[in-house]
Design a protein around this ligand. Sequence first.
Ligand code: ATP
Ligand code: MG
Length: 561
Amino acid sequence: MEEAKRSLNFIEHIIEEDLSQSNCSKESLRFRFPPEPNGYLHIGHASSICLNFGLGNKYNAPVNLRFDDTNPSKEEQEFVDSIKADVSWLGFQWAEECYASDYFDQLYIWAEDLISKGLAYVDSQSADDIAAQKGTPTTAGIFSPFRDRSIQENLDLFREMKAGKHTEGTHVLRAKIEMSSSNMLMRDPILYRIMHKHHHRTGDKWSIYPMYDWAHGQSDYIEQISHSLCTLEFAMHRELYDWCLDQIIDPSKLRPKQREFARRNFSHTVVSKRKLLQLVNEKYVDGWDDPRMPTISGMRRRGYPPLAIQKFAEAIGIAKRENVVDLSVLEYHVREELNRTVPRVMVVLDPVKVVITNYPEDKVEWLEAENSPEDPTLGSRSIPFSREFYIEKADFKEEANRKFFRLKLGGEVRLKNAYIIKAESCIKDEDGNITEIHCTYDPKSLSGSGTPESERKVKGTLHWVAANTAVETEVRLYDRLFTDPTPDAHKDKDFLDFVNPNSLEIIKSYAEPSLKEAKAGTSFQFQRMGYFVLEENNGKQLIFNRTVGLRDSWAKLEQKE
Ligand code: ATP
Ligand code: MG
């Protein structure tokens, strides 16, 4: 199996090590993917999804989809729905759909327990004062004047906070840990803040909301997650994660373990939800699912196959240090997957008309065309050939050197699945633009017809589309959204300064008539031009998005020196 060829990554080593201990069995393994529903998922999340669900598949262990919905000021149902759609589309099934907000009651009870044990207190200072007292990594923090409130006073105040009797910012609940800890996060961290905000699931029930550090580990414990995998910025939080667990844990139950891996960054894009939101709000793109966005929904509209994203995540693996992964690696996997699976069709993106002067005017021949050389089960289709058709403008030159294997005056090319033609003359408009190319054809040269001429080799093969049956098509050509490989890594410049002004070009093209029946969401290879996905088919016009260009075309049309 493919799986067996790859060596274990460091997270798998940790799990294997745990499995070799007596207190950890395969049956106890359980993972989760914990998005905050404050935006759409992006390619970085895809890495984390593939890691967690990949471990679930590997060890046949359940994986929960846990919404980390502790901040109602930024979270919305729209994001919950999009996240579920994206994880499913990527090809994964969660064991349970969970919400941190489902645990608010339990978290509150545990918080009261902490107060009762003298391990938490209500601090009534401003956020600025609390921050000022934190100290520095080398100097201890200062005790809050409220640190020694009586247990009863703390309980009363905390209950009032919960009952909505206090305004935002007037009190917080803090853990009483150590103001001189070398880990700043252990200096009496905030566990609850007052927020008079409507929550998309709990409505107006709560006036206080738990902080990430109080909610995350406890949620892992409630769900009995064995390995809680998060990105490196949480490494310093691990001590607090463990402290919080220590206060609530029943030793007969599984103790979740937090481990960290490096966040993935990608060239020519940004993967911070805040920045993606800015691109949407300031209308640099058409929405979260704009095909230029590095979001999962954007990649779906762009025509990236989910399996390509999975294979990409597997190929780049996970790391202990941050680095930038080149987006071309993802494009490679997209091409590989599409090359294997999608049918070929002919579409002329930038057309110029050709007339075959020795071909009968009203004749239409239906020619057989193979749908994919990679997958014979895709069968074949019929395409019409007639006296007038389109080829790409770039495939004709009046004069060219020996290395130009496309059409030139006096030269021959083969039309894919059809005849060999020879260019005789061309017609130009008053500006000198070529408007029509006149050719003759060799009637015996039809591909597959069995004549000696049908086997005749000429250097170039061109794609084409018969003129009178061509389907008008809008094609959207996408380029990278940013001109710089690391748009958000410049100290003196904003990432928006690097937005590529030419990231979208819309052109009118002609497609072969078989595409009239195609359904939105279907991918094709436009021969010699790249991979495209059908965005819309309204019966009259087709709209295609370019997924990715071809690495090279099937005919060596120009030879490199
Ligand atoms: P962002 O910075 O984009 O807002 P986030 O980490 O705040 O990301 P969450 O919704 O909390 O977003 O992320 C859910 C999970 O996905 C977390 O476990 C997080 O560590 C992981 N994740 C987010 N971004 C990346 C990334 N670029 N590479 C790998 N994993 C990521
Ligand atoms: Mg987060």
